[in-house]
Design a binder for this molecule. Structure first.
Ligand SMILES: [Zn+2]
Length: 199
């Protein structure tokens, strides 16, 4: 890897996404025999919707301008093939030419949720999920509740009390997070273990 870093550039963290970007960018610049300079990451002034402040956007500058567009295309094609959540923009404003690369974390989250078939922004999500849960997993619950509910009554009281206390505590904590799946998970666990939850 061969990327120069402009003094003052702040990297919040390095993870697989930034390492992928650095190696692809470095390789593209090397291919066209250009020197690559990282001019900005989490530092500096950027558009409010950009991922710079989140540590997921990087600006790269070439020393010579000849082959900028080719380098840009090489980076764009490679990164997009690896993960469609990478966005690559060629900023051509004179005196400020650079290649902006970012990882669209919101899009990535949305894609992960789409794979589950659930829309976390849907205000009726919990209700819909509960309804689906009631119909499609009713039989699983009934069998599991009978098995586990009976089983839990057979274990030593100490463990039963500890388990009940833990699940109840986690359920209350889950209600406080924004993630509705936390609530659902511990509700489901409580149902399976026949633990009454505070309403
Ligand atoms: Zn940028």
């Amino acid at each position: 890897m061969n990327i120069q870093i402009k003094p003052g550039v702040q990297l919040l963290f390095i993870d697989d996404r930034s390492l992928t970007v650095f190696s692809v960018v470095s390789e593209a610049f090397r291919l066209y025999d250009e020197v690559c300079i990282l001019t900005s990451a989490a530092d500096g002034e950027h558009g409010k919707d950009s991922y710079h402040k989140d540590g997921l956007a990087w600006d790269f500058r070439a020393t010579y301008n000849r082959l900028y567009s080719r380098i840009y295309k090489a980076i764009r094609t490679t990164l997009k093939n690896l993960d469609s959540c990478y966005d690559i923009v060629f900023e051509t404003q004179k005196g400020n030419e650079h290649i902006h690369v970012e990882y669209d974390e919101r899009r990535a989250q949305k894609q992960r949720l789409d794979q589950t078939g659930l829309d976390i922004n849907n205000p009726n999500l919990k209700e819909e999920y509960d309804m689906a849960n009631q119909t499609t997993t009713k039989w699983i619950l009934s069998i599991a509740a009978v098995l586990l509910g009976n089983l839990i009554r057979l274990i030593t009281k100490k463990f039963r009390d500890e388990l009940t206390e833990w699940v109840t505590k986690k359920y209350v904590e889950a209600l406080e997070t924004d993630n509705p799946f936390d609530d659902l998970f511990f509700e489901f666990l409580a149902k399976m273990l026949d633990i009454p939850l505070p309403s």
